[in-house]
Ligand binder design. Structure first.
Ligand code: PRX
Length: 654
């Protein structure tokens, strides 16, 4: 991490008040109501969380200590016992929700399934019994490598029911990536499928799993879901079909009373270098935090049809497809596929088909929709939507405006939610009935969250000055450790900004500024900051200026070594449909950035790119573009790339 402050150059003055009709019905319906809740949490965070825990979760035994904080180790609700699958399922069964749709699933080829809370409970119990038969006990890690099918949620909840931590590995990961994660977690059982649909083809998951398992001695049993009618090799004594074992399993299985700090799951997250970190989340704090933030941010009501387009292989899928919504008794749409050339409008078809009311997706998807054009969403009835959300990257204001007008019909608030795998749930977001939104800003902290933008010494920076985005007080959903490596946990998150006067700073890796209204503007990863002629510039602001030009669909900027300025700004630009690259456009884009931001942000080098290198969760991998700009080789971990062929195309064409 380099020294010095980050300069902020973005000038975004548009803002949108919560629509009065939305606010009138919202759970938190005014700024004053948000402020009262927030102030209460600040005055006494312990009492605040204790109240939420008592009101919102079902417990088998009450805790004796709300928070035991020995930095960087937090323990929440010690002494308490509960079960997350009980909170997500059993407690709804005694109510009318027993027959409410819990999961409405759409397969990529167009098949579909609905599971009510009653049905989901039964399937989860059966699977928990199957896992028990296979010898899974409390504390044993179960690997899950599945497509986006209901069995993914069933498997997660079945593990939670037994107190067996799950480790979900995204179905798009390779055999090597799966092997490393299963080995690190010492998984005992793996749940996979014969295959899964992805972009009109079947991904042979079982084949990948077999390759991985050749190097994973800890896995003793494999359960295989039949999804894609793929021929597979079943290893006798190790492999069983999910449906065979489930058919013989009882539909009742008591939920194991877990201690509050029992591990609920391990989820691997990769930085740009080094081996992936197993982020550990525990039972009570995570359940409470996912539950509360789903309620606050999505203003969830029983009549909503809620759809988050993430994959369960990511934290967004854990917190906001499975645990948060089900703990609240919501109806959740789950989709196996993704927009693809043969069906670029599939998201809008699903919104129309199921009457989706809340839609949560990623900026990378929004930019792809923007590039594909308005005619796809305009061809569908999206009038059921009442709230939109984004997560995963800073959203460029122009993409935000497009989302607002074209998808939200100008009537839906947009919640831009800032958080991480490590934080367990959303930390900063507008509450849609209470807080005005500004395109490109994640807005304000949620109750119980105390973020601060500081310099490297932990001193708060001034209004509109860029700095390091930190969190200064523990919260229930925070990660507890790196699996098997507590030292790495301390080093990675708690030492960049040294403790100061007894104050510890969780540093998240992002640069940000706070404006005159206290709104947070995330400026990108500090590792990506560009140092041009003594100015440290975040990537998001320059990229947003480029995207605000009508010819541009997407942009990524990086620093490129320059003998004079230290670094020059190099921009990789994806043009909007129908635009052609030419010299005049290069000049026009440079002028546009100067006009939007100023001469300090003028890109010295603009390159038209066929595509950008992205992780499988859709984040731009700027370090590879930096290598390209500098003319050096691509190095570091390439296994998290969505499409490695993009690198060859970039080399050839850019
Ligand atoms: O850089 C921030 C960016 O995504 C990072 C966390 O990534 P991951 O652990 O994969 O979790 C993604 C889902 C929460 C953050 O450090 N990020 C996430 N949301 C936003 C964001 N950047 C800006 N605005 C956001 N809303």
């Amino acid at each position: 991490m380099s020294e010095g402050a980050i300069e902020s150059v973005l000038q975004e003055k548009r803002w949108f008040a919560p629509p009065p009709t939305f606010a009138a019905k919202a759970r938190i319906g005014s700024y004053e109501a948000y402020r009262a809740l927030y102030d209460r949490s600040r005055e006494d965070p312990i009492a605040f969380w204790e109240e939420q825990a008592a009101q919102e979760l079902a417990w088998f035994e009450r805790w004796h200590t709300v928070l035991d904080w020995q930095p960087p180790q937090a323990k929440w609700f010690e002494g308490g016992r509960l079960n997350v699958s009980h909170n997500c399922l059993d407690r709804h069964l005694g109510t009318w929700r027993r027959n409410k749709a819990a999961i409405v699933w759409e397969g990529e080829p167009g098949d579909s399934r609905t599971l009510t809370y009653g049905q989901l409970h039964r399937e989860v119990c059966q699977m928990a019994n199957v896992l028990k038969q296979l010898g899974v006990q409390k504390g044993d890690v179960v690997g899950i490598y599945l497509p986006m099918i209901p069995e993914a949620a069933i498997a997660m909840l079945a593990c939670a029911r037994l107190g067996a931590p799950h480790s979900v590995v995204f179905g798009g990961f390779s055999a090597e990536a799966l092997r490393d994660r299963l080995n690190d977690a010492q998984a005992k059982v793996l749940i996979t499928a014969d295959g899964g649909w992805r972009k009109d083809a079947v991904v042979p998951l079982k084949d990948q799993a077999d390759k991985a398992l050749a190097g994973v001695p800890s896995v003793q049993h494999v359960l295989v879901v039949r999804r894609a009618a793929q021929p597979v090799t079943m290893v006798p004594g190790r492999d069983s079909w999910w449906h065979d074992l489930q058919a013989g399993a009882a539909g009742q299985c008591p939920a194991e009373p877990c201690a509050s700090e029992d591990v609920l799951f391990v989820l691997y997250t990769s930085g740009s270098t080094g081996k992936p970190k197993g982020v550990v989340h525990t039972t009570a704090g995570y359940n409470l935090y996912a539950h509360m933030t789903t309620q606050w941010v999505f203003d969830l009501r029983d009549e909503d049809v809620y759809w988050c387009t993430a994959d369960v292989g990511w934290i967004t899928g854990h917190s906001y497809i499975v645990y948060g919504p089900l703990s609240n008794g919501a109806t959740v749409v789950m989709y196996e596929g993704a927009p693809r050339p043969t069906n670029p409008g599939c998201f809008w078809d699903i919104i129309e088909k199921y009457g989706v009311t809340i839609f949560y997706t990623a900026p990378t998807a929004i930019r792809a929709f923007l590039k594909a054009g308005e005619h796809f969403p305009r061809a569908r009835d999206l009038s059921s939507l009442r709230l939109l959300g984004t997560v995963g990257e800073p959203i460029n204001p122009e993409a935000w405006m497009w989302y607002h007008h074209v998808i939200g019909g100008g009537r839906c608030p947009i919640v831009d939610t800032w958080w991480q795998t490590e934080t367990g749930g959303i930390l900063i977001s507008a509450l849609p009935g209470a807080i005005a939104t500004k395109p490109g800003s994640a807005a304000l902290p949620l109750p119980g969250i105390f973020p601060q933008v500081v310099d490297l010494n932990g001193h708060p920076v001034g209004v509109n000055e860029g700095g390091y985005l930190t969190v200064t007080h523990p919260w229930p959903g925070m990660m507890r450790t790196v699996f098997g490596d507590p030292e790495r946990f301390r080093r990675s998150y708690w030492e960049h900004i040294p403790p100061c006067d007894g104050q510890y700073f969780y540093f998240a890796g992002d640069g940000a500024r706070q404006d005159e209204d206290g709104y947070f503007w995330v400026m990108g990863r500090v590792d990506d900051v560009i140092n041009a002629a003594g100015h440290r510039l975040g990537t998001m602001e320059i990229e947003s200026a480029l995207v605000s030009h009508p010819a541009v669909a997407e942009a990524a900027v990086v620093g490129k070594p320059d003998p004079l300025k230290g670094e020059d700004i190099c921009a990789f630009v994806i043009l909007a449909e129908g635009q052609t690259p030419n010299e005049a456009l290069v000049q026009a884009l440079k002028d546009h950035v100067v006009q939007e931001i100023g001469a300090i942000a003028r890109p010295g080098d603009i390159r038209f790119a066929p595509a950008l290198p992205k992780t499988r969760s859709g984040k731009i991998v700027r370090r590879l573009l930096r290598a390209l700009a500098a003319g050096s080789d691509f190095s570091g971990d390439l296994s998290t790339l969505e499409d490695r062929s993009v690198l060859d195309r970039l080399r050839e064409e850019v």
